[in-house]
Design a binder for this molecule. Structure first.
Ligand code: HEM
Length: 223
């Protein structure tokens, strides 16, 4: 559709700022079957061949909510003044995830407790946020932006396979998503303008960690 095409264009837009570097590092860490700019070989089964189960997907949603709750809490507390910029961007996911989990409960499913992928990642970013804002902001960027890109593709596939195509609130935003993303890119660029080259590199180097943790959470879909 036109909306999807417009959005894809926006997601690829070059901002001329630090976000372009963050995106470029992230794209290279994808496997070739995940994204066309991916450079890594596929390990294990391609995500396209995943056979999701409701139980696994619920684990993924619960752990995702745990991480988004933690991100909200960190930004609210704002140990570093730049975190305040990233509060209430409209990308927040915890409230929508709460609605989805409520719906699953009404359908008779038991909502599991968070597991180590979500718990470990939350502990990691909470600790990091207190002492290392450049590295923390890398996790903020990757977690939120990954969900709007590959996360949505996966969500659509899972919905078609096990939810009769039902679109969860997790994949809906109030307002125009491309615009919300663009606003956050501009904020990230503004904040990073004050960083030294060393601080920027330090932020970019954290991308791999974000992929590992978020990858473990994604794989819960198969648990
Ligand atoms: C972008 C797929 C996992 C971070 C993308 C894009 C695709 C994709 C196709 C490009 C979207 C566009 O056209 O602009 C996937 C798939 C994944 C996956 C299929 C797993 C099966 C991850 C993980 C992370 C991540 C684990 C890191 C936490 C990003 C980021 C972008 C991106 C930061 C850039 C988004 C933007 O510029 O708006 N992904 N991805 N992805 N992905 Fe992933």
């Amino acid at each position: 559709t036109t909306a999807v095409a417009a959005e894809e264009r926006t997601s690829k837009r070059h901002t001329g700022g630090f976000v372009d570097e963050m995106r470029s590092v992230a794209m290279k860490l994808h496997t070739k079957d995940q994204a066309k700019d991916g450079e890594k070989e596929t390990q294990g089964k391609s995500w396209r061949k995943w056979e999701p189960t409701i139980d696994g997907y619920l684990k993924f949603l619960v752990d995702s909510k745990h991480v988004y709750d933690t991100l909200d809490k960190i930004l609210d507390k704002a140990d570093f003044p730049e975190y305040a910029e990233f509060k209430s961007t409209g990308l927040e996911r915890a409230g929508n995830l709460a609605k989805d989990l409520e719906w699953f409960k009404e359908q008779g499913h038991v909502i599991p407790e968070p597991l180590s992928p979500g718990i470990d990642y939350s502990i990691y970013i909470e600790e990091l946020s207190k002492k290392d804002p450049h590295a923390f902001i890398c996790h903020f960027y990757n977690t939120y932006f990954a969900h709007t890109a590959g996360g949505r593709m996966i969500g659509r596939k899972v919905a078609a396979k096990i939810l009769n195509g039902r679109e969860l609130e997790f994949y809906k935003w109030d307002g125009d998503l491309p615009q919300l993303l663009q606003n956050v890119r501009e904020k990230l660029n503004r904040v990073a303008e004050n960083w030294t080259r060393e601080q920027k590199n330090h932020c970019l180097e954290e991308t791999e960690k974000s992929f590992e943790f978020n990858g473990d959470i994604l794989r819960l879909i198969l648990a």
